[in-house]
Design a protein around this ligand. Structure first.
Ligand SMILES: CC(C)(COP(=O)(O)OP(=O)(O)OC[C@H]1O[C@@H](n2cnc3c(N)ncnc32)[C@H](O)[C@@H]1OP(=O)(O)O)[C@@H](O)C(=O)NCCC(=O)NCCS
Length: 146
């Protein structure tokens, strides 16, 4: 089941952040997203506990994937795909024209997942990441709205 992220989810999200990302977001970052950022839409995938999560920013006709993570012991079972599918449905509901995201150039697993869902590599952002320093690929998917 995919549902909105709440403050009560943050202890588990912090565990997953540290497990999945070399530069994890802080609890304060997530509190801001949930409580104060009017563009933010954060969800969790839950089945006997939180197994994955997704962050989106909706700004007019553009939707950005800000984060996506699946617990290591649940990866490879389609959960990442179901969260990306959720983001595509959210894009259609909100009549979005373009979706974007940044991903580490070495993250072939995530890049495959996005390409499988129609995203293309649009640009390289040099030295975008730290810990370790690395370029980002900007990926993009456009929608033709009626
Ligand atoms: C990227 C991530 C979200 C994928 O989640 P997942 O639940 O394992 O993905 P799924 O099981 O839904 O797999 C979907 C697709 O991912 C790609 N993929 C999955 N495992 C892969 C692997 N070992 N090698 C290459 N591609 C792989 C494939 O395209 C796969 O589709 P397929 O099964 O039809 O080939 C997950 O690995 C993760 O949380 N990684 C750490 C955090 C991260 O890098 N987030 C992305 C930030 S942009």
């Amino acid at each position: 089941m995919i549902r909105k992220m709440t403050l009560e989810d943050l202890p588990k999200i912090m565990i997953l952040e540290k497990e999945l990302f070399s530069s994890p977001w802080s609890e304060e970052n997530y509190r801001f997203e949930i409580l104060e950022n009017p563009y933010a839409h954060y969800v969790v995938e839950e089945e006997q506990g939180i197994r994955g999560y997704l962050g989106l920013w909706l700004n007019e006709d553009a939707l950005q994937i800000t984060t996506l993570g699946v617990a290591s012991n649940h990866q490879g079972n389609g959960l990442g795909q179901s969260l990306v599918k959720y983001s595509l449905e959210y894009a259609l509901e909100n009549k979005v024209e373009v979706m974007t995201l940044e991903v580490r150039i070495s993250n072939t697993k995530a890049i495959h997942l996005y390409e499988k869902n129609g995203f293309i590599k649009a640009a390289v952002r040099k030295q975008y990441y730290s810990h370790p320093d690395e370029d980002a690929i900007l990926m993009m998917k456009t929608f033709e709205q009626m």
